[in-house]
Design a protein around this ligand. Structure first.
Ligand code: SF4
Length: 216
C-alpha cells in the first residue's frame, strides 16, 4: 500500500472517538488540487508538500498493528479507497480489530469492505453530487467540516436537510480548524447552527488535545 505516514494516537472525532488506534494514512487523493475545500492533509497527496511517500505491504502494516497493541485502526488519507484491493488484503489478515475507513465519499466501497461488519466508514463528502447510498448506513456517518459564514456551510445544510431522516441522523457538522485556537473560535457558531437545524455536532478532540499537530 502506498502510504505517507503511520502513527499510534487517539481517535479524535466521530466513530471510534477516544480509542487508541493505529492511523494508516494512504498517499494519493482523487480530488487533490480539484478539491473544493482547503485540504488540511495536503501532504498526503501533494509531493511538493511531502517527499516521504513509501510502500508498505499488508503483512508489514499488520505487524505494526500487532506491535501497537490497539484494537482500532483508522485508514485515512488522502483517499484510501483508491487502494481498495490493498485495504481488503490488510483487513483480512487480522480479527479483533475495528477498522475505520475515512473517505471523501466519491468511490463506492467494494463488497468485501461494504459487507464486513468490522469495517466502519467515516465519510466526509466534498462534492455537491455526493450520494450516501453506496455506504452501509448502520456503519457509516457523514461529516462536514464547515467554516461559520461560508457558502458551503449553508449549501451542505440544504443538501443534507433534503435527505431521509436515517441519513440526517447520521450526519455531523464539525468546525473547520487547523489548530486549537481556530477550533475554539468556530465551534460555538457551528454548535448553535446544529441546534437550530437539528443536526449532530461533531467534536474534534484532537484539535483541543493535540492542537491539530501532524502525527497526533
Ligand atoms: S478529499 Fe480530503 S484529502 Fe483529498 S484533497 Fe479534499 S480534503 Fe484533501
Amino acid at each position: 500500500m502506498k502510504l505517507c505516514e503511520t502513527f499510534r494516537s487517539i481517535q479524535g472525532e466521530v466513530q471510534g472517538i477516544g480509542r487508541q488506534a493505529l492511523f494508516v494514512r494512504a498517499a494519493g487523493c482523487n480530488l487533490g488540487s480539484k478539491c473544493p475545500v482547503d485540504c488540511d492533509t495536503r501532504y498526503s497527496w501533494d509531493p511538493a508538500e511531502s517527499p516521504s511517500f513509501f510502500e508498505k505491504s499488508a503483512g508489514d502494516i499488520d505487524a505494526e498493528i500487532a506491535a501497537s497493541g490497539v484494537s482500532a485502526v483508522v485508514i485515512t488519507g488522502g483517499e484510501p479507497l483508491l487502494q481498495q484491493a490493498e485495504v481488503v488484503e490488510l483487513v483480512r489478515l487480522r480479527s479483533g480489530i475495528d477498522w475505520f475507513v475515512e473517505t471523501n465519499g466519491t468511490i463506492p466501497p467494494v463488497d468485501a469492505l461494504h459487507d464486513d461488519e468490522r469495517v466502519y466508514f467515516n465519510v466526509s463528502p466534498k462534492l455537491p453530487s455526493f450520494d450516501p447510498s453506496p455506504f452501509p448506513l448502520e456503519r457509516s456517518i457523514f461529516k462536514h467540516v464547515v467554516a461559520p459564514g461560508s457558502n458551503d456551510f449553508a449549501a451542505w445544510g440544504r443538501k443534507m436537510e433534503s435527505m431521509p431522516d436515517a441519513i440526517k441522523h447520521r450526519t455531523y457538522f464539525m468546525p473547520a480548524s487547523r489548530d486549537r485556537e481556530q477550533y475554539l473560535a468556530n465551534a460555538p457558531a457551528v454548535a448553535i447552527w446544529c441546534n437550530a437545524n437539528g443536526f449532530n455536532f461533531g467534536p474534534r478532540e484532537h484539535m483541543v488535545v493535540f492542537q491539530g499537530m501532524r502525527g497526533q
